[in-house]
Design a protein around this ligand. Sequence first.
Ligand code: HEC
Ligand code: HEC
Length: 287
Amino acid sequence: MTFGPGITGALCVAATLLASAPVLAGPGPDDDELVVNGKIVMVTETSPPAHVEGFDRIWSGWRFRTDETQAMQMDDFDNPATLFVEAAAGVWSMADGSAGKSCASCHDDVSTMAGVKAVYPKWNRAEGEVRSIEMQVNDCRTTRMGAEAWQYDGGEMTNTVALLASVSRGMPVNVAIDGPARETWERGREMYYTRFGQLELSCANCHEDNYGNMIRADHLSQGHTNGFPAYRLKNTRLNSVHSRFNGCVRDTRAHTFAPGSPEFVALELYVASRGNGLSIEGPSVRN
Ligand code: HEC
Ligand code: HEC
């Protein structure tokens, strides 16, 4: 393996770590319990779904964060993402587009969306495709409201997805992978095990083979998506799941895929299915 001059320390560590025996053994997940606002009890650890072979247990990414970062997610007053969710709650009832409608015109209070985030990405029969929740929201905007599509991983979209996640908090991730969604799921699975970039690393090399270990200052989790959108301390805003995928693929020095691309939607379905049974935590707080 050759390294260009731009390879960061983190990635050299990653490559060393993956080329030899794990040298930077980390502490693994901690034993903390996540209860949000003193009342939403989150499942952050459970048995893996039957189709996952690489794990004996699955843990939410929250269990790999420091106590300080964990604490920020335990109360909405301390969670910086609350501001973004509140902004989206305002947009929910704001009319936009040629039909003069808002989300609330058809969907009433956002609480009617409880449980929806937990089952996305989901097969859409009419369109014959697996849709991420962002695709569904943009379909409502363009075909039902006569409004412009939001940028796939832009602020308005990600805030709205966080609002949708927030009303599903504590419910188990439960994406369907059978029937017509199967083919998409299989494409996502193949991507997950494909080695990308100059570093020739697959998602599994980091999140399956090395979770619990340290890459520089980062404590590697199993890479689940139940916490998305995630407020990242690194960029102080909400991040969509495709932005996260984008960052992870880029870190392998690979040409990456666009947010909203069919590749990332397939990967999202597969990765979400690995976390079936963990609670929806979005918006979470992560590094
Ligand atoms: C004119 C009515 C209308 C408006 C306005 C509207 N939607 Fe929808 N929405 C629908 C219908 C109808 C469906 C079901 C479509 C389907 O199953 O194909 C739907 C489905 C959805 C779903 C998926 C629900 C599920 O159970 O899978 C989400 C999420 C959603 N809309 C979000 C939004 C958001 C966010 C807005 C505002 C930006 C919005 N919608 C505006 C009519 C509307
Ligand atoms: C070089 C190692 C590496 C590779 C390869 C990698 N990631 Fe990551 N990933 C990380 C690190 C480091 C983090 C931040 C710490 C954590 O949450 O694990 C992360 C975080 C994540 C998260 C957020 C988890 C959470 O709870 O917030 C997801 C989801 C994720 N990765 C998915 C993927 C997918 C899908 C792939 C393959 C396309 C991938 N990663 C490839 C290193 C990697």
